[in-house]
Design a protein around this ligand. Structure first.
Ligand code: KIV
Length: 263
C-alpha cells in the first residue's frame, strides 16, 4: 500500500520510526522502494552529488523536474517528496504555488519540501497547503542558506535554539505534514519532536526524531567526504573503483571479452 501523509501521521502516533533516503534516478529509486524505504526524497543535494555543483544553489526547477520524473517512475510504494530548488519559491507564495504546482502536475510526487520557517516560509506553506499541495518543512541547517550559515550545526545558542523551535511550530501551524530537522542538538530535536503532532525527520539531530534521513550517496560511501553525522552502510566507492580498474585492465590486456564468451 502506498505511503500517504495520513500514514506518516499514524506512524508518529504509533511511535513507528520513518525511514527516508534520497534518490536522483530511476535505478536508485527502484532499489529504495524494493528495500521498503518509506519516503524517497528527491533532495536538492542531487545538485552536488549527482550534478557536481559546489552547493545546492545553482540547481534549477527544470533539472529537479527531470530527476523527479525518473525517480517517480521507479517507485511503487514509497512516498516521493521533491525539494523546491533555491529561488523557485522564496520570492512570493505565488512563485511557490507555481513551482510546487509544476512538481505535482508533471510528476507523481506526493508533495514538496521547502527550507526555512518563520515568518515568511510559514505564510508560503499556508498558501501551498490551502492550494492542496502537501508540504514538508526543513529547519536547522538549511543548505540553501550556506553562504549565510555555512554547514555548521545550528541551534547551539539559546537564541538560535528558540528560533528553530518557533520555526518548527510555525510550520506545523501553517499545515506542513512533516518537518526535517537538520544538524541541530539532539536535545532540541527531542523537544521539538515531543511538542509537534506532525512527524520530525532528523539528519544529524539525534535519536528522538520520528524518522531519519540520509543522502543515499553518503550512506553508500560513494561521496569522497561525508558530513560528520552520516553513517556509511557500504563502501561502494572502493568497490566501483576496483570494478572499473579491473575492466580497463582486462580490455587493455584483451582478457575481456574472452573468445569463448557468448556474444
Ligand atoms: O537535499 C537533501 O538531500 C536534503 C536532505 C539532506 C534532508 O534536504
Amino acid at each position: 500500500m502506498k505511503v500517504t501523509v495520513a500514514k506518516l501521521k499514524q506512524w508518529k502516533q504509533q511511535e513507528r520510526p520513518i525511514a527516508m533516503l534520497t534518490a536522483s534516478d530511476y535505478a536508485m529509486a527502484q532499489l529504495l522502494d524494493e528495500a521498503g524505504v518509506d519516503v524517497v526524497l528527491v533532495g536538492d543535494s542531487l545538485g552536488m552529488v549527482a550534478l557536481g555543483y559546489e552547493s545546492t544553489l545553482p540547481l534549477t526547477l527544470e533539472e529537479m523536474l527531470h530527476h523527479a520524473k525518473a525517480v517517480c517512475r521507479g517507485v511503487k510504494r514509497a512516498m516521493v517528496v521533491v525539494d523546491l530548488p533555491f529561488l523557485s519559491y522564496q520570492e512570493s507564495p505565488q512563485q511557490a504555488i507555481h513551482s510546487a504546482g509544476r512538481v505535482l502536475k508533471e510528476t507523481q510526487a506526493t508533495g514538496v519540501k521547502i527550507e526555512g520557517g518563520y515568518p515568511a516560509m510559514a505564510e508560503t506553506v499556508k498558501r501551498l497547503v490551502e492550494t492542496g499541495i502537501p508540504v514538508m518543512g526543513h529547519v536547522g541547517l538549511t543548505p540553501q542558506s550556506v553562504r549565510q550559515l555555512g554547514y555548521q550545526q545550528q541551534g547551539k545558542t539559546p537564541e538560535q535554539s528558540d528560533r528553530i523551535f518557533a520555526e518548527a511550530l510555525a510550520l506545523e501551524q501553517a499545515g506542513a505534514f512533516a518537518v526535517v530537522l537538520e544538524h541541530i542538538p539532539a536535545s532540541l530535536a527531542r523537544e521539538i519532536t515531543q511538542k509537534l503532532s506532525i512527524p520530525t525527520i532528523g539528519i544529524g539531530a539525534g535519536q528522538a526524531c520520528d524518522g531519519q534521513v540520509l543522502v543515499t550517496q553518503d550512506m553508500l560511501g560513494l561521496t569522497k567526504q561525508q558530513p560528520p553525522f552520516a553513517k556509511t552502510y557500504a563502501h561502494l566507492r572502493e568497490t566501483m573503483l576496483e570494478a572499473f580498474r579491473q575492466y580497463g585492465a582486462q580490455v587493455r590486456s584483451r582478457q575481456f571479452p574472452q573468445s569463448n564468451e557468448r556474444i
